[in-house]
Design a protein around this ligand. Structure first.
Ligand code: CO
Length: 163
């Protein structure tokens, strides 16, 4: 691997969009493989394809690319196993997803899965950290969320009230 920065998640996140080693689609795959690996020893290509609603041939191609980056091992019978590097990156991707999803829920945006998927691939690390802290803050002081909910019930977003 040419760039040692890739070996830290922070280095990965700080890269410019155009220099990213993982495309958003690759990130989705890795996130899903990691999510699954928390409860199972491994995932097979067919299961992965099913979970992501893609064809097995597409999943195979993507998994091969992740394998070339040494994020996972693709073994016999379609078995996929994450390397330590892959686990580290996968954990980061899942934490990032959950942080954004929680934030959207906190501000009252429900059914936000698609929105989370759009935001997660483009958010910068400092914004993510701020959102994580904000989630913690809301968690510690739930009365703030209640106040915000009361406020929302009373007022409409002034700029968008006709939309
Ligand atoms: Co996601």
């Amino acid at each position: 691997m040419k760039n040692r920065e890739f070996h830290t998640v922070r280095g990965y996140q700080l890269r410019e969009q155009s220099k990213r080693l993982l495309t958003p689609a690759m990130e989705d795959y890795l996130e899903m493989i990691y999510r699954y690996s928390l409860e199972h020893e491994y995932i097979r290509i067919n299961q992965l394809a099913e979970k992501l609603n893609v064809r097995a041939s597409s999943a195979t191609r993507m998994v091969q690319k992740l394998g070339e980056l040494k994020l996972l091992k693709y073994e016999k019978y379609g078995v996929i196993i994450l390397t330590d590097e892959g686990k580290k990156m996968g954990k980061f991707l899942l934490d990032r997803h959950n942080t954004i999803e929680t934030f959207l829920k906190n501000i009252g945006s429900k059914n936000n899965l698609y929105e989370t998927e759009m935001i997660e691939h483009n958010i910068r690390i400092n914004t993510l950290k701020n959102i994580d802290l904000l989630n913690e803050f809301f968690n510690r002081y739930p009365e703030i969320i209640r106040k915000f909910e009361e406020y929302k019930a009373k007022y409409k977003a002034s700029k968008f009230k006709d939309i």
